[in-house]
Design a protein around this ligand. Structure first.
Ligand code: ADP
Ligand code: MG
Length: 567
């Protein structure tokens, strides 16, 4: 069963305004099927999973048929519990916001009769209640049903389970015969079918299959992230999982452009797709993406709609999609053909409520995780490296270097020392290993000598450099900022083969300042954080920006707190 825009269901302007205000973009399948049938005056039996939007499916036709100028109860909605009655009353209240003169009241056990009398006396048109309390009011004469034109049974199966069968029959047998009857239930046991057979006339049966199993292979997680930290968390997740092929969704074209640029500046191979690009540009981008000419495509929903790529490792919802349908659509692009994939969603602030409503609405299986810290990123990288080395050894894909190794062994070095030293050389910057200790910045790393590195453009699929031409000074781990220092963000990291020595060398060489102006340096996979003397920070950033290191154009700027704060 498909979904349609509310505007195509023949509902009033007031309802359109209300659903818009609620943020509903389209009617859900059950709404698409039920609303027109009920508005045409038919009895309806609706069966669909929890969270599929049944409330609005009956509340909208109820609101549309109720007459505001008639001060009598025209719609009676029965719910199994007071919580549900209140919830349904709330949603109905929101849907009739723009209908002048229409009112709704919940009546349920536990609330004072007094308050309910007054509400009922004031001439409300829609009453929502539990069967027991509704019966009470009918018997006391405080709820008059002579003007009743529609009865709704919400969660009929539960009401029967709770022993309300007699109450329900009692109520149904005492309402005017010309009323419309809407039945909603997640299941259709015999007892419900009996009731339907006895009290409704030629109902329209609507059964919506659950779509919860649409994407069972997709591992879905979400992160609560401050808006300004999204970029940092995104890059950490990419690094930690070593993702190489994925889609990143943003909600607007501007966001797409911005994120594409930011990722690019941090050394990721990205491109973008949105409605402002010409058809030719779009085709080209998609072709390149399919051929994996770059790693991440940043896109809007609209642009990605016709995109037929499979086998994505990951889909990021950098911005929360509008509704559950878009969500399912987006994440369905990963884990095709029986493979498993990942879907990562960021929510910030109030978006959490929207996500929760989508989870309920579409029965999403999504779990919460916390953003990885820098230490975790380092550890994950170390693991990756380990796997890589193991892979090379297992596959025997290396040239033997027995002579060098033997010589070192003969000189008395242990094999672990030799390997550790080699790994150190390979990694250039911070080695994999334990989290940074409290050691102060060591002076050696400030050696200003500019190093000649091989003029090798690092290949995108090969972020770990295979060889280095020269030994490095021992890398220094970031230890927190010294007084008078500020942190610069530099768009080059291990992937670009930069080293601490080289960074210090560039800074002193270009600015003619001494090495004293440089503090702790923290080299990441695709960017680095460089502490420099506050008073020279601006000059250093300006002078170094634009300089090329092995074909990569440097860009430096004052690091935002988010770039530093997430440790
Ligand atoms: P059900 O009664 O079928 O279990 P609800 O009516 O309680 O489902 O709806 C579940 C959630 O989905 C609610 O938070 C509701 O606001 C939301 N919802 C309902 N209709 C739509 C729609 N057309 N688009 C987006 N969200 C919707
Ligand atoms: Mg419901």
């Amino acid at each position: 069963m498909e979904k349609r825009p509310f505007a195509e269901l023949g509902v009033s302007q007031e309802i359109l305004k209300a659903v818009h205000k609620l943020g509903y973009e389209e009617a859900s399948p059950i709404q698409t099927a039920v609303i027109p049938a009920a508005m045409a005056g038919r009895d309806v039996v609706g069966q669909s999973a929890t969270g599929s939007g049944k409330t609005a499916a009956f509340a909208i036709p109820a609101i549309e048929m109720a007459k505001a100028q008639v001060h009598k109860v025209q719609v009676l909605i029965l719910c199994p519990t007071r919580e549900l009655a209140v919830q349904v009353a709330e949603e109905t209240g929101k849907l009739l916001l723009f209908k002048r003169g229409l009112h709704v009241v919940p009546i349920y056990g536990g609330q004072s009769y007094d308050r309910q009398f007054r509400a009922l006396e004031s001439g409300v048109q829609i009453v929502i209640g539990t069967p027991g309390r509704v019966m009470d009011h009918m018997e006391r004469g405080t709820l008059k049903l002579d003007g009743l034109r529609m009865v709704v049974l919400d969660e009929a199966d539960r009401m029967l389970d709770m022993g309300f069968r007699d109450d329900i029959e009692h109520i149904l047998s005492r309402v005017p015969p010309e009323r419309q009857l809407l039945f909603f239930s997640a299941t259709m046991p015999r007892a419900i079918q009996d009731l339907i057979g006895r009290y409704s006339r030629d109902p329209a049966w609507v059964k919506i299959e659950s779509h919860a199993h649409n994407a069972p292979q997709v591992d879905q997680v979400y992160y609560e992230v401050d808006r300004r930290s999204k970029l940092e968390v995104l890059t950490r997740l990419i690094d930690i999982n070593d993702f190489r092929y994925g889609l990143i969704f943003c909600s607007t074209k501007i966001m797409v452009d911005e994120l594409d640029q930011q990722l690019h500046a941090r050394g990721y191979a990205t491109d973008r797709l949105h409605g402002d690009l010409s058809q030719m540009q779009r085709t080209r981008v998609m072709e390149k993406f399919r051929k994996r000419a770059f790693e991440f495509l940043v896109a809007t929903d609209v642009a990605a709609r016709g995109l037929d790529v499979d086998d994505l490792e990951v889909v990021f919802n950098f911005d929360l999609p509008n509704d559950a349908e878009d969500y399912t659509h987006r994440i369905g692009r990963t884990a095709r053909a029986g493979k498993s994939g990942r879907a990562v969603t960021f929510v910030s602030g109030r978006e959490l409520y929207r996500l929760q409503s989508m989870v309920r609405f579409a029965n999403l299986k999504i779990r919460r995780e916390t953003a990885p810290s820098l230490v975790q990123v380092d550890e994950a990288r170390a693991n990756l490296f380990f796997e890589k080395v193991r892979g090379v050894i297992d596959a025997g894909k290396f040239e033997r270097q027995d002579r060098v190794v033997d010589r070192l062994l003969e000189e008395g070095y242990s094999s672990t020392d030799i390997c550790s030293a080699l790994i150190q050389l390979l990694k250039g910057g911070s080695p994999p290993g334990p989290p940074p200790g409290p050691a102060p910045a060591s002076p050696e790393r400030k050696a200003p000598a500019e190093r000649k590195a091989p003029a090798k453009e690092p290949a995108a699929e090969d972020p770990e450099p295979e060889e280095r031409s020269e030994p490095e000074p021992p890398p220094t781990r970031r230890t927190g900022r010294e007084a008078g220092m500020t942190t610069l963000f530099m768009n080059a990291g291990r992937k670009h083969l930069v080293t601490t020595g080289e960074i210090v060398g560039k800074i002193t060489g270009v600015t003619r300042l001494t090495a004293e102006v440089v503090g702790a340096i923290d080299i990441h996979q695709r960017h680095s954080l460089v502490d420099v003397a506050e008073e020279h920070a601006e000059l250093i950033a300006r002078k170094l920006s634009g300089i090329r290191i092995r074909g990569h154009s440097l860009k430096l700027s004052l690091a935002t707190t988010d770039e530093k704060a997430l440790d």
